[in-house]
Design a protein around this ligand. Structure first.
Ligand code: KG4
Ligand code: ZN
Length: 353
């Protein structure tokens, strides 16, 4: 199999492009079949959440082992549900970073084995490009656009000037926002992953404790969430020492409001300053109802078209990897079997156009 194979050799006019995509960067084992980069033929996800819950977080060795146990079944189910035969596939796409290296390796070995066995091109995909292009599975994208990427490992404002060309305007200087949600949840003794529990409690709360907003220097698009997390811990400790413990719901709402306000205002400013035609929300924390509501309201006020994927496309899944892989497929940018799993991988360098 050659990495230099051209698109003409792999895509005849009559044949639709079916990409088999694989995602194993963290604790979801997923395989999907995506047609023409936009149509989900199947998207099978097996979450390891139950396994990791008792440890209070993802245990990398356990995650790798679970991926090994589940991967083959996910691929079989994805092909069966898509009703696509292996010989109808156009290429194999796989997340090669960033993520847990042991987890990434399992998906990559599966993808490479399929590429060799079926004599198909291999396409390595950046996980965050996947989160951003999950939106393309919902509606066509218009450039330039801004994507607010909010997940357990990333918090970034990404400027996509044209298709597949990524520039990071700002990012977290410490904790990712999902990580901050999970740490605050742990302090409130909520189960892992805590983000959805904070979201639920915040929605039920009638009051919120007052917490700071980390705006950083004027004009900066960067974020910082560790100070906010420390402020929550300090408030909890002080209340405990006074013998009047805080209501978990009030803490959850105060924390969520602080995190959401900074995320929303910086994303809106980035969209206005770059003349973005669309603002895209991406990543697991895009499931947060407070964030979705606040961003929707501000985008309406500012007249900025907002795209938010449905919940199952916000959290890790392989269909989003198939959507991003199509960028490379149409440009004939294939990878060799030397492709490496990379715990750290630059989104800007991954740009295809
Ligand atoms: O994108 P994702 O599935 O995995 C990573 O690539 O990190 O994001 C997982 C993160 C976790 O931190 C989880 O707590 C958070 O997304 N999350 C939420 C919500 N649902 C998931 N955070 C806040 N509110 C939610 N509803
Ligand atoms: Zn993710």
């Amino acid at each position: 199999m050659s990495a230099n194979r051209t698109i003409e050799q792999t895509n005849t006019a009559a044949k639709p492009c079916y990409l088999l995509a694989i995602e194993t960067s963290c604790d979801e084992t997923s395989a999907a079949v995506v047609e023409q980069g936009t149509i989900i033929r199947s998207n099978i996800v097996s979450s390891q959440m139950e396994t990791h819950r008792r440890f209070g977080g993802v245990v990398p060795e356990v995650a790798s082992r679970k991926h090994v146990e589940t991967m083959t079944r996910m691929i079989e189910e994805a092909l069966a549900e898509a009703n696509v035969r292996p010989d109808e596939l156009s290429a194999i796409a796989v997340t090669h970073g960033p993520g847990l290296v042991g987890s990434l390796l399992v998906g990559m070995v599966a993808a490479k084995a399929l590429a060799v066995a079926l004599d198909l091109p291999l396409i390595g995909v950046h996980h965050i490009a996947g989160h951003i292009y999950a939106n393309q599975l919902v509606q066509p994208l218009q450039y330039p656009l801004i994507s607010l990427v909010v997940s357990g490992g990333h918090t970034e404002i990404v400027h996509v000037e044209r298709e597949g060309c990524f520039r990071i305007l700002g990012q977290t200087r410490d904790d990712a926002v999902g990580e901050a949600f999970d740490k605050v949840a742990r302090a409130l003794q909520l189960p892992y992953p805590g983000g959805p529990h904070i979201d639920r409690l915040a929605g039920e709360a009638e009051q919120a404790i007052t917490l700071p907003r980390a705006w950083l220097e004027p004009g900066s698009y960067d974020f910082s969430f560790s100070g906010l997390k420390s402020a929550v811990l300090a408030a909890l400790n002080q209340a405990k020492m006074k013998g009047i413990p805080l209501e978990a719901a009030h803490v959850a709402r105060g924390f969520q409001e602080s995190a959401v306000e900074v995320l929303v205002e910086k994303a809106i400013r980035a969209a206005n300053e770059t003349g973005a035609k669309q603002l895209l929300l991406a990543g697991g924390v895009a499931a947060n109802r407070g964030l979705r509501q606040a961003l929707t309201a501000r985008c309406e006020e500012e007249g900025i078209p907002l795209l938010i994927p449905p919940l199952d496309l916000c959290t890790d899944n392989a269909a989003m990897i198939g959507a991003a892989a199509y960028l490379k497929y149409t440009r004939g940018q294939f990878d060799s079997l030397e492709l490496k799993a990379q715990a750290l991988l630059s989104l800007e360098e991954w740009s295809v156009g």
